[in-house]
Design a protein around this ligand. Structure first.
Ligand code: PLP
Length: 441
């Protein structure tokens, strides 16, 4: 998919790496690919070029389909949302771990891509991502030295990561010292989202102590503040807003006390924002007082790219700001009825290996009739449980379902949907498979 549109943001070798994904053999490493494609020695690109039908083109069940139209819609929507609200965008790449989608996100104006751990940074670098926001603490000396080598080798590469403890800063400094002419690593102090929340310094005094520790090193440079409102305990609009205002005040205080001066900075970074509260992030960031340097207000939503039919469809800010648009759920998992032992039970050949189940069970949405190919609503069909390789269905008296039918399932939680599939067919609304999205988990 990346090769289809010229890319203005990625270096040439990254484009070659992306293009090489199409040269992988369409073989049994990838669930659901047509066995005849492997027998014919087709590559993934050649299989995509055949424009087969997902339903009749030889794919085997279960098969996860990613809607080509919905992904494009979601990419465009968050681009326009960010632009309208003066936000730079570094979508979280851990959601899809799909370099082809990163390329599309960059084409849609993203500043860079967010990562959670150094391994993800390595994948991003292999596909030419030039700006990475590593929204986590890194104290592993091997990973730090690798990051430093990447920075030293490529003056156009920018990476920013979190710090939240004095000890962490000392460990980073130890790992990074001793490089002749090495660039300092840019860091932001992470403000924790509240007592008992995840990572992040808890108090303003803790944040200041971490910033002081950074200032004592020659290997690190403080460039801003960040945090994740998605971890605010018992999150509601008031609590999330209050925490974001604390983050904004911390940035203003650091600026007032000169923490961003004298290090050659040309902008201050203030970052927050997943896929559940970006309206509140946009509001609070819009009210940031002017600082001594321009501010890069960096949003990091990741789940928006595929959206979902569960958790995020309930939490999306677009439920509150419908006038600004709506995301579209892009995944549908197709599984086949393999057993119908009673009028109340049926079993599909997809289970925990194939479907996200950490937040909600999949929802039966539609049935594709094995005899006619017709598609009808999955009335009175409910997923009640998942085994490793089976979905348990309860069927009511009105359910029209027999062995052989395909059931289209809606999923909840994009991150744990992507990570079960290494190659995902990108499918048009009429069922034509137009490409494949490769993931690296
Ligand atoms: C630190 C951080 N930033 C951004 C995100 C992206 O949020 P979402 O998955 O809701 O898009 C996450 C998700 O877990 C996160 O942990």
């Amino acid at each position: 998919m990346a090769a289809a549109t010229p890319n203005r943001t990625l270096p040439g070798d990254a484009l070659a790496a992306l293009a090489a994904l199409a040269d992988e053999p369409a073989d049994s490493r990838f669930k659901s690919l047509p066995p005849d494609a492997e027998a014919a020695g087709l590559t993934v690109g050649q299989l995509a070029a055949e424009r087969r039908s997902l339903f009749t083109g030889g794919f085997t069940t279960p098969v996860l389909a990613l809607s080509a139209e919905s992904v494009e819609h979601n990419l465009a929507l968050l681009e326009s949302y960010s632009e309208r609200h003066g936000l730079a965008f570094a979508p979280h790449g851990k959601t899809s771990m799909a370099p082809q989608l990163f390329a599309r996100q960059l084409q849609y104006g993203a500043w860079g891509i967010t990562a959670a751990v150094p391994h993800q940074v390595r994948v991003y670098r292999a596909y030419g991502v030039q700006r990475i926001f590593l929204a986590n603490e890194v104290v592993d000396p091997v990973a730090l030295r690798w990051i430093a080598r990447e920075l030293d080798a490529d003056p156009d590469f920018r990476l920013i990561c979190y710090v939240d403890s004095v000890r962490g800063v000392e460990l980073m400094d130890e790992a990074l010292r001793g490089r002749a002419d090495g660039r300092a690593l840019d860091v932001v102090v992470e403000l924790g989202a509240g007592d008992g929340a995840r990572t992040g310094a808890r108090t303003d005094a803790d944040c200041a102590a971490v910033a002081d520790a950074v200032a004592r090193t020659a290997t690190l440079r403080l460039v801003g503040v960040a945090g994740y409102e998605g971890e605010v305990p018992r999150a509601d609009p008031e609590r999330v807003r209050a925490w974001l205002e604390r983050l904004a005040a911390l940035a203003a205080d650091f600026d007032k006390t000169g923490r961003f001066s004298g290090t050659g900075l040309d902008e201050i970074v203030v970052s927050a924002g997943g896929s559940a509260w970006f309206d509140t992030v946009a509001d609070v960031f819009a009210q940031l007082p002017p600082l001594s340097l321009p501010v890069l207000k960096l949003l990091r939503s990741g789940a928006y790219v595929s959206h979902d039919d569960g958790h995020y469809s309930r939490l999306t800010p677009f439920n509150r700001i419908a006038q600004e648009g709506a995301l579209q759920p892009a995944f549908r998992l197709w599984a086949q009825v393999v057993s119908r032992p009673s009028s109340e039970q049926a079993f599909l050949n997809a289970g925990k290996r194939d479907a996200a189940y950490d937040l909600d069970l999949p929802q039966a949405q539609v049935v594709r009739d094995a005899r006619t190919g017709g598609i009808r609503p999955a009335d009175a069909v409910e997923v009640t449980k998942l085994s490793d390789q089976h979905a348990w269905l309860h069927t009511g008296p009105e359910a029209d379902l027999e062995v052989g039918d395909w059931v289209g399932l809606g999923l909840s939680h994009p991150c744990t949907s992507f990570d079960k599939w290494q190659l995902i067919p990108l499918v048009k609304a009429d069922g034509t498979v137009v490409d494949f999205v490769r993931t690296f988990f």
